[in-house]
Design a protein around this ligand. Sequence first.
Ligand code: CA
Length: 233
Amino acid sequence: MDKTSILIVEDDPSIRNLMTTTLKAHGYLFLTAGTGEAAILAAASHNPDIVLLDLGLPDIDGMEVIRRIRTWSNMPIIIISARSEDSDKIDALDAGADDYLTKPFSVDELLARIRTTQRRLKLLHQEDAENQPRFVNGDLCIDYAAGSVFLRNQELHLTPIEYKLLCLLSRNIGKVLTHNYITQNIWGSSWESDIASLRVYMATLRKKLESDPDAPAYIQTHIGVGYKMLKVS
Ligand code: CA
């Protein structure tokens, strides 16, 4: 398999060095950019597999970098940000970022995030290749064509909204979906009341899906941000 290529966008030289040293040690190909404009140029000319993007850049905002890249590419973008406010993460995810890492982060966290994204890419490519009408993740199987869901070969009886919610998460496996994104997709709106309903539906879905709803294996909560379906091995 070809080496995964990663574009590192970071203006702080010490963090950039930490990231390049880590990626080099783990056999990744990488290139770096210290500004937003350089990042867009590098993304366009090298077409990397994954972008690691700092949101606070000296020229244009990282958010603008996401929007510009998204006009022509779906390449996975992982935000790396010192801003701990949820609103920044949410804005970046809504603008099309795939995942986020908050500074300060450990090398292990960085590598874990990259591996998750690689698995998602692989899965997406497989799905493209076979155009599968079925989704399989651990003991979970969704037959999109038949509209049915099985857990350990037992059919799960889901309400239409629970089913829509599960399909949305499964089609975006490994990606954090914001409350706003999910409610827009399910109800076409994103009012406070929709977000409250989402919590209720998520709780009922988890009761049916997870063996331990307090320690979910399939759907991860990102408090104040949204939800992500995890790849279960
Ligand atoms: Ca910065």
